[in-house]
Design a protein around this ligand. Structure first.
Ligand code: ZN
Length: 157
């Protein structure tokens, strides 16, 4: 499968017109993730109110897949309860690991499924999602949101 094949309309659209790009004024979740293989840098910020992701944003730079995936993540996660968000994260990461199953509920995020066949691009597509996952677990364990920069190595997937 060529790289061109995975650049589906949804991915290119999110890259060209990213949703959820920016920062929040008082985020309770801040997680900065770096993908050294590709050079992608993404900071995910979120606010949680009444057990629900009230808002989620990303900033940073990197390849089109990393940025499009981060944009898709913000759309998929905004408004979800924490259990819903965790279920969606698990579903997405399962899809990216190539686990069999139906991923219809992920909607347009399924456009990233093709990336799972390109190991070198996998981390680009999962970076923002991993960042939110770690940020959520830090939030739930009451840790400070403003930790040092965290680097996701390949073994993290
Ligand atoms: Zn990348």
């Amino acid at each position: 499968m060529s790289l061109e094949d995975i650049y589906k309309d949804a991915i290119m659209d999110h890259y060209a017109r990213p949703r959820g790009r920016g920062k929040l004024e008082h985020p309770v979740i801040v997680y900065h993730a770096h993908n050294p293989t590709c050079g992608d840098e993404i900071e995910v910020q979120a606010n949680v109110e009444d057990g629900r992701i009230q808002d989620v944003r990303f900033s940073g730079h990197g390849c089109s897949i990393s940025q499009a995936s981060a944009s898709m993540m913000t759309v998929a996660m905004k408004g979800k309860t924490l259990p819903e968000a965790k279920a969606t994260l698990a579903k997405f990461l399962g899809m990216m690991r190539g686990e069999p199953g139906s991923y219809k509920e992920l909607g347009e995020v399924q456009a990233l499924q093709g990336v799972s066949r390109l190991p070198v691009r996998l981390k680009c597509a999962t970076l923002a999602w991993h960042a939110l996952e770690v940020g959520l677990s830090q939030h739930e364990s009451g840790q400070s949101p403003r930790g040092p920069v965290h680097v996701l190595e390949s073994k993290d997937l």
